[in-house]
Design a protein around this ligand. Structure first.
Ligand code: SAH
Length: 249
């Protein structure tokens, strides 16, 4: 019985952006567990059982994974991007901490992946080249008031910002409010990058000055990057380059 559990990031979408380490773990796995669309990205093969589940059942899914590993299975829990960024790694550790003591002896590893923020930033140039912060705009797991407070303080501190889960159908008003706060605090024209479905065939990138940003420009497949007051846009034929200089005088 040599079960293990690997919590792996599949990257933003493209096959080329899956790390060799994650590929190797998937090749040795007996079970793959995760949200349906991510599990669907893992090719079928004999001896591999795929357990796709719905969103928002992260703890059930984590306990299932830990149970299987404890029973000797080789389990890969998949997330998109990096598993430590608003994803499954924390959920598995929450389940581990609250679960049976025997789970603590399991062979458990986190395998990093390319997170959406970095894939999007690379497409645009280097908007995160100086200090930045990442904020999850979903209020599923925290109150909106806290999101708004962090947003406002980050804008006041002049961080460049990366927003995950900017806007869902069930709560479209959150992102509209976020844009209002940014327009109020930042005032002038900072570049905002709307990077949708990066590294997939539907990829779309737009660079929009903050005053012209509209809530409809983002959906749940979009990463939103907001420049700091130092962020530059290099215009040229074709897509502009957005970068933040390494230094602040
Ligand atoms: N663990 C993931 C993030 C999960 S939260 C990671 O590290 O990337 C899901 C959010 O990530 C989406 O709402 C979207 O904002 C962003 N995202 C994920 N994949 C993306 C992609 N290919 N292009 C743009 N944004 C993406």
């Amino acid at each position: 019985m040599s079960g293990w559990i690997a919590i792996a990031g599949l990257g933003p979408g493209a096959e080329d952006l899956v790390t060799p380490e994650v590929r190797d773990a998937l090749a040795e796995a007996t079970d793959v567990i995760g949200y349906f669309p991510y599990v669907a990205r893992v090719p079928e093969r004999e001896g591999l059982v795929k357990h796709g589940s719905d969103n928002r059942v992260e703890l059930d899914r984590s306990r299932h994974a830990l149970d299987l590993a404890a029973a000797g299975h080789r389990v890969v829990v998949v997330s998109s991007g990096d598993p430590g960024v608003f994803a499954m790694a924390s959920a598995v550790f929450e389940a581990l901490e609250a679960g049976p003591a025997a789970w603590r002896d399991l062979d458990i590893r986190v395998l990093p992946g390319i997170t959406a923020m970095l894939a999007a930033s690379a497409r645009a140039g280097a908007p995160l080249g100086h200090d930045f912060c990442a904020i999850n705009l979903s209020d599923n797991l925290k109150p909106w008031a806290l999101i708004e407070k962090r947003l406002r303080l980050a804008a006041e501190a002049d961080f460049a910002m990366a927003f995950y889960n900017p806007r869902s159908k069930s709560r479209p008003e959150g992102f509209a409010r976020a844009l209002e706060v940014l327009k109020e605090v930042c005032g002038d024209a900072r570049p905002v990058i709307f990077a949708r479905a990066v590294s997939t065939p539907e990829e779309d990138l737009r660079v929009v000055p903050l005053p012209e940003c509209q809530p409809e420009m983002a959906d749940m497949r979009t990463m939103v990057l907001v420049g700091s007051s130092r962020t530059r846009v290099i215009t040229r034929d074709g897509a502009p380059i957005v970068y933040t200089p390494r230094s602040t005088p």
